[in-house]
Design a protein around this ligand. Structure first.
Ligand code: GLN
Length: 284
């Protein structure tokens, strides 16, 4: 079967669930990953065909996409801050909002100068996307990454190797940590922050396939991770150290209150590209 014909069929089958642009972007992502062909190859060689074997693979993927399994899990990879990351259902798929947080940290470090060695800790690293992109872009940093999930850490470790960076991984539950036992210049975290009451807004692809451990918190204590991490930051941040958080867009004010109560200084709230309150920085 001609690939172009298959493409038409593929997009038509997915458009009740996804919009046509998204269905088309899935097609080209899979084409590149499974056939090592780009859009331009198909344009230049319109008669290219799929073997029967290839069609079996594509049909299986199509079936999974109809179940709304995220394409990143189906391909086992995604990209974040220009780097490749392996992902599976043990880790949250890296989000563009988190790229903005990483960008904030990298840019502020550039203005700090790059001579002094600094120590960075990423709490709840998941796929390792924050820790690895920081290690890659802040050459004077020694990076540590912590997670409660052993399976997530295995993926993060693989991603560190893939991206050729050195990270010290720590298997630990932050809620049970009393002291981090060393001093860091930057502590960063994108902890679980979606309240159960927000579940209705969450799409099926997230709700049914991404790890709940990485996403959800109880409605009555939504800032549990932030409070705990801020307490540890009081003990384990260096004097001029910075604390960066990705936050729930509905809890910007509550986050500021929490940090003010704990006497953090220079509290700065930033919006993401969708104009939602999404990240906060403060110093000890
Ligand atoms: N931003 C993610 C989402 O909307 C949530 C990430 C998190 O809970 N830390 O699915």
């Amino acid at each position: 079967m001609k690939i172009k014909e298959y493409r038409t069929q593929f997009i038509a089958e997915l458009t009740p669930i996804y919009d046509a642009t998204e269905a088309e972007s899935f097609f080209y992502l899979i084409l590149e990953e499974k056939q090592q062909l780009k859009r331009i190859d198909l344009a230049l060689q319109p008669d290219l065909v799929f073997t029967d074997e290839a069609i079996l693979v594509w049909n299986a993927i199509l079936k999974s996409l109809k179940l709304e399994i995220p394409v990143q899990y189906l391909l086992g990879k995604t990209s974040f801050y220009g780097l490749d990351f392996e992902v599976n259902s043990d880790v949250l798929i890296p989000r563009p909002e988190t790229e903005e947080l990483v960008d904030w940290i990298i840019n502020s470090q550039k203005s700090e100068g790059e001579n002094q060695k600094i120590k960075i800790l990423d709490i709840g690293t998941g796929s390792g996307c924050i820790a690895i992109s920081l290690a890659k872009n802040i050459p004077n940093a020694q990076v540590f990454a912590l997670d409660v999930s052993e399976k997530a850490l295995a993926k993060a470790q693989k991603n560190a190797v893939l991206n050729e960076v050195n990270i010290t991984f720590l298997h630990q539950s932050i809620l049970e940590t009393v002291d981090l036992e060393q001093e860091f210049d930057i502590i960063v975290s994108n902890p679980p922050y979606v309240r159960n009451l927000e579940k209705e807004e969450i799409k099926k692809n997230v709700l049914e396939y991404e790890p709940h451990l990485a996403l959800f918190v109880e409605d009555n204590d939504a800032l549990i991770f932030y409070r705990k991490i801020a307490e540890l930051a009081k003990k384990n941040l260096s004097d001029s150290g910075q604390l960066y958080f990705e936050i729930n867009q509905y809890l910007g004010k509550e986050m500021i209150d929490l940090l003010e109560k704990m006497n953090f200084k220079n509290i700065e709230l930033r919006k993401d590209i969708y104009e939602n309150d999404r990240m906060v920085r403060s110093t000890k």
